[in-house]
Design a protein around this ligand. Sequence first.
Ligand SMILES: O=C1O[C@H](COP(=O)(O)O)[C@@H](O)[C@H](O)[C@H]1O
Length: 223
Amino acid sequence: MKLETYPDREFMMLGLANVIAGQLADFLRREGKASLCVPGGTTPGPIFDTLSGVDLDWGNVAVFLNDERWVGEDSARSNTRLLRERLLKGKAAAARLVPLYAEAGQPEEALGALSEGIAPHLPISVLLLGMGADMHTASLFPGADRLEEALAADAPVLMALRAEAAGEPRITLTAPVLKGAMNIHVLITGAEKREALERAMGLSALEAPVRAVLDNATVHWAE
Ligand SMILES: O=C1O[C@H](COP(=O)(O)O)[C@@H](O)[C@H](O)[C@H]1O
């Protein structure tokens, strides 16, 4: 794991947005296409704001979430809503959103179709992950009902998971898909998450799911 610490959050968000844009530009130059996989939650909004204004060949970039809460876009908890409001606007409006949500009562009903949408965009070119203070990343929560299966090397692309701390049912990319990304960035802020990260380094992925991706990741932290 590589740890980058920044003097403040604003500096970090701008710096990391530029790194991500540069990595996407490299993929676009070399392969004519790229995939960008991003978290929801409360942390990444400022990165999305910057990225949305970057001059890139967004029409050849597939954008999708690490995970989604099983709620419609009318909910303030919808990660898809965050993406539409903060990333897929301005220049980045031309990017292709690959959905992690469909109108269905339970995520299991939509898993097949959603997985088929994601599969052609793997391996992920640039992966940005968040982390909760409980050491979850994507929707791989400690204590989740099917965490062990989602961490396994032969896990499918997407799984539905439930955990008490998660609130609603979740759909998430699994550990092998996340670990297989070509560039992995983990974005964390504040003292509590920094302590959680240090704790995670001494735990197993079952105890601290973020552990599953840390070996190949650059972690970006600011107070
Ligand atoms: O529930 C989620 O939580 C994590 C962390 O969110 P944050 O609000 O602490 O930044 C996020 O990475 C994930 O995508 C989201 O669904």
